[in-house]
Write a protein that binds this ligand. Structure first.
Ligand SMILES: *Cc1c(COP(=O)(O)O)cnc(C)c1O
Length: 382
């Protein structure tokens, strides 16, 4: 019996090792080693309740959670005494939380989000019964500002709850905060709440010198970031908002001896330690290096495709390379997410130049693009 269990686990481990080696289609940093904190998995850790209210229950990691939140608050330029947030189960929970807060503040608000928004945004509209106005997207995945203005001006008597994409899921497009603010001002909308969905790019853009910066120095109200870029064996993320908004909606629950400010009840207590460990060992400087490398490698992949006139697209400041669908064999092997005629490769830390060259080489062989001297060179290298 035990033998069978051990064997099955071993087989699964091998399968996952193999699949991790050729994973390029989803935004997960797979180059992380958390063996230093492995012993903690022998214990229960549950951060149920507010991260800043010490509960009676002792098996929690609030100290680490608070440090993680302070790290993000500094990155997103919101003073220590003005922010609130928590470590979530991922980007989705952060989006649900942000939009929930927007609705609590503006119960009659209309939610605006582009059609390229993540599916968790329309889920939030359904769950919280918010009137949802879907805005067209441009071809690059960015919100269509003209259409947004049309919709806003038609409903200028209603408060606006806006989901701004800081790196869309499919094309890595960034909605322009300044343009959105201009449109709100032009239409004299004073009651608005801006939630930023920065699931992936939220840990890339702050580290790029010339990229547009979205942070709390501008009138945004909440931001959701997932651990995709940091890399975590357990899906998780962070949501940040302004303390003054949370104070408006909080309720105290005697049973847990804490405030019921979070969407979930029980919350993973290991996730904050994973994030804390990543921050301690890599710091701003390490993350900045990784962000710049990923962007450069995405540009490299894009150039390699362009050189062979293979249909492709890459947004500025994005590590998401969109390319025409290759063969099913390549889609399966590299676990590429496909949509209509396209797939994307998300150039994370584990997709280095060598992996990119291997992929290009396989693409060349399959697509019969082998008529360029550079291709032979590449073949010789890989
Ligand atoms: C991945 C993603 C999400 C959801 O994050 P999860 O951690 O999977 O819940 C939300 N928004 C965007 C833009 C994403 O790319």
């Amino acid at each position: 019996m035990l033998d069978r269990v051990t064997k099955e686990l071993e087989n699964f481990l091998q399968l996952i090792e193999q699949r991790s080696q050729f994973h390029a289609g989803y935004p997960y940093n797979l180059s992380c080693d958390y063996s230093a904190i492995a012993k903690l998995f022998g214990f229960l850790l549950n951060n149920a309740g507010d991260p800043y209210v010490e509960p009676d229950f002792g098996l929690h990691s609030r100290k680490f959670e608070q440090e993680v939140l302070s790290f993000f608050a500094e990155l997103y330029k919101i003073p220590e005494n003005e922010f609130w947030g928590y470590v979530t189960a991922g980007g989705t929970e952060g989006n649900l939380y942000g939009i929930y807060l927007g609705r609590e503040i503006y119960p009659d608000g209309i939610l605006y989000s582009s059609e390229d928004s993540h599916y968790s945004i329309s889920k939030a509209a359904r769950l919280f019964r918010i009137k949802h106005s879907v805005v067209d997207s441009q071809i690059n995945g960015e919100i269509n500002y003209d259409h947004f203005e049309q919709l806003i001006s038609k409903n200028h008597h209603s408060p606006a709850i806006i989901n701004l994409n800081i790196g869309t899921t499919v094309k890595g497009a960034i909605d322009n905060l300044d343009k959105v603010l201009e449109i709100l001002a032009r239409n004299e909308i004073k009651d608005y709440y801006i939630h930023c969905d920065a699931a992936l790019s939220g840990l890339i853009l702050p580290f790029l010198d010339v990229a547009p910066q979205v942070n709390f120095q501008k009138p945004i109200d909440s931001i959701a970031i997932s651990a995709k870029f940091i890399g975590s064996p357990l899906p998780c993320g962070v949501v940040l908002t302004k303390k003054k908004w949370v104070e408006k909606v909080e309720t105290i629950i005697e049973y847990i001896g804490s405030k019921d400010t979070t969407i979930l009840g029980s919350r993973n207590g290991h996730a904050p330690i994973i994030l804390w460990y990543a921050m301690q060992t890599r710091g701003y400087a390490g993350l900045a290096r990784e962000a710049k490398t990923c962007i450069r490698n995405a540009e490299y992949l894009f150039q390699q495709l362009e050189l062979r006139e293979y249909p492709c697209m890459l947004n500025s400041f994005s590590n998401t390379v969109v390319l025409q669908k290759p063969s099913q064999r390549l889609i399966k092997k590299w676990q590429l997410a496909s949509f209509e005629n396209w797939v994307h490769i998300i150039v994370m830390q584990n997709i280095d130049r060598e992996k990119i060259d291997t992929f290009i080489h396989e693409l060349i062989l399959e697509e019969g693009l082998l008529n360029n001297a550079k291709d032979f060179q590449l073949q010789a290298v890989s």
